[in-house]
Write a protein that binds this ligand. Structure first.
Ligand code: ATP
Ligand code: MG
Length: 483
């Protein structure tokens, strides 16, 4: 076709497309017709939503070589996360969390906040630099041995980097002498970095030396009330894992050096898990092997069922502490007779960074990451055709689509990226998209230029491919849950 004619046809097409296919909507939701097509569409899309601009360096170094250098063992989630530019190793058990990981972590934190605040949890933030005095009072300064990162300040005073905060929170509560029974249960939690000099850091974020944990501490008026609180936290944990679409087993657990009497672990069944679990085929009994004395195969609860062993990744831990710490640090409340009374305590951990990696571990394929949809860094990736291809015009449609989705579906604002690396073939970019695991990938090609445009939608979680009209697409994506 004569280049001039081609130009005119292109403009006609653009105008039709702007006015009929993707009319702009005004505040009242009615279509508003624009007279002119946007000239440089990429300008409208924030650079942070262009794949070419995302800081997600992949294959910085060979993953195998990295971990061999650090003497660490690797696993699927670590390999995939490193290859996808989600994490980068710095020193043993310590990682850079790259931008996509931070996006996912922020979402995970919002889901956790919702569940914790739903049962009355109040969020605070305690110092990571913990005075040795507190840890000497609880006798854990010696008990923790080499796991504690210790340091001295300029005055020669001893400190540690907090691996957990029973001492710190209990002394905080002890300082408030006016705490009334009417204010209990008191549930305080934080989501902060924890430091543990693990003997064998390994498997990427699954066992680090510096990691994020959600730790909550409860203070109650009586043992009975404390058990009720304990139960409500366990229920919140189960709801939380269900919300992420993760199958989690709550097992009886050992109380270790934290102390207390009752404890449960929340375990994600996985072959690389370091915990051995016994699950009864007949009743609800499930326990960590550590809690049972012999190598028994019969179920201690129902007596008739057989227990089968499976491996699990511990993603959460709950402890009923009783008065252990509140007695030591004198954490009291004033009872109904206004008499100071020692509080009953519980503590509850969730391994935030471990959950992220464990979810990837159990959901992904060998080739690509699959996320719990709710916490995927981005929900949608739109692929325009390769530059110079026969359907080059569809690029405009793709760019428009990114904007339209953000405008029409407020929950997807900031969640739709455009893979503008149009020097690469669709195939190559699809492969990348599959590795990164965007829940929805939309290919804008020939079908998008037809009279009734169709978009190829790949739902990566279910491995389904569909050809949808714009309305069909909006309907599908309008149902995507985001946090
Ligand atoms: P593990 O037996 O795996 O060492 P733990 O019993 O020492 O765990 P807790 O003290 O109960 O762990 O900590 C609460 C949660 O923090 C754990 O359930 C886990 O999800 C997470 N966690 C513990 N240690 C690490 C670590 N080194 N790296 C990442 N997450 C961790
Ligand atoms: Mg440990």
């Amino acid at each position: 076709m004569d280049p001039a004619m081609r130009h005119i046809w292109k403009r006609v097409f653009y105008r039709l497309h702007r006015t009929l296919i993707f009319p702009k909507r005004n505040n009242s939701g009615h279509a508003e017709h624009t007279a002119f097509p946007a000239s440089s569409h990429s300008k409208c899309i924030k650079p942070t939503l262009l794949v070419s601009r995302l800081y997600q360096p992949s294959n910085l170094r060979d993953v195998g070589q990295d971990s061999r250098l650090a003497g660490e063992m690797t696993c699927k989630s670590q390999r995939l996360m490193q290859q996808a530019g989600l994490i980068h190793p710095s020193n043993p058990g310590c990682y850079y969390y790259l931008p996509a990981t931070v996006r996912s972590m922020e979402k995970l934190v919002r889901v956790i906040d919702k569940e914790m605040q739903g049962i009355g949890g109040q969020k605070l933030d305690m110092p990571s630099l913990c005075s040795a005095d507190l840890w000497k009072t609880s006798e854990r300064w010696d008990l923790m041995g080499k796991e504690l990162f210790r340091l001295k300040d300029r005055h020669g005073a001893d400190y540690c980097l907090g691996p957990t905060h029973e001492e710190a929170v209990t002394t905080l509560v002890a300082h408030q002498t006016t705490l009334s029974y009417r204010q209990l249960p008191l549930l305080l939690y934080q989501i902060t970095r924890k430091f543990r000099d693990e003997p064998k850091p390994k498997f990427g974020l699954l066992r680090g030396r510096e990691f994020y944990m959600k730790d909550m501490y409860s203070f109650d008026v009586s043992e009975e009330a404390a058990y009720q609180t304990y139960e409500s936290v366990c229920q919140a944990y189960n709801r939380f894992f269900a919300r992420l679409g993760l199958r989690c087993v709550q097992v009886q657990a050992d109380t270790g050096n934290i102390g207390g009497t009752v404890s449960h672990e929340f375990q994600l069944p996985a072959d690389i898990g370091e915990d051995r679990l016994l699950i009864c085929e007949n009743c609800s009994f499930s326990a960590n092997v550590e809690t049972l004395s012999s190598n028994r195969t019969d179920c201690p609860q129902c007596k008739t069922g057989t227990v089968v062993e499976s491996k699990g990744i511990e993603v959460g831990h709950t402890f009923y502490l009783g008065k252990k710490y509140s007695h030591m640090f004198k954490a009291t409340f004033n009872n109904s007779q206004n008499k100071p009374t020692i509080a009953e305590m519980g503590c509850y951990g969730l391994g935030v960074t471990r959950i992220l990696a464990a979810a990837i571990e159990v959901m992904s394929t060998e080739e690509g990451i699959r996320w719990p949809g709710l916490i995927a860094p981005y929900q949608v990736c739109v692929l325009p055709p390769k530059k110079g291809s026969k359907v080059d015009e569809a690029s405009v449609v793709a760019e428009e689509l990114v904007n339209t989705l953000g405008e029409t579906l407020p929950s997807l604002r900031g969640e739709v990226v455009l893979d503008d690396r149009t020097q690469m073939t669709i195939g190559k970019r699809l492969k990348d998209a599959s590795r990164l695991g965007y829940p929805y990938v939309i290919v804008v090609g020939q079908a998008a230029l037809e009279e009734t445009p169709k978009y190829e939608v790949i739902c990566q979680q279910t491995d389904e491919t569909m050809f949808l009209s714009k309305d069909g697409l909006l309907d599908l994506l309008g149902r995507v849950e985001t946090v």
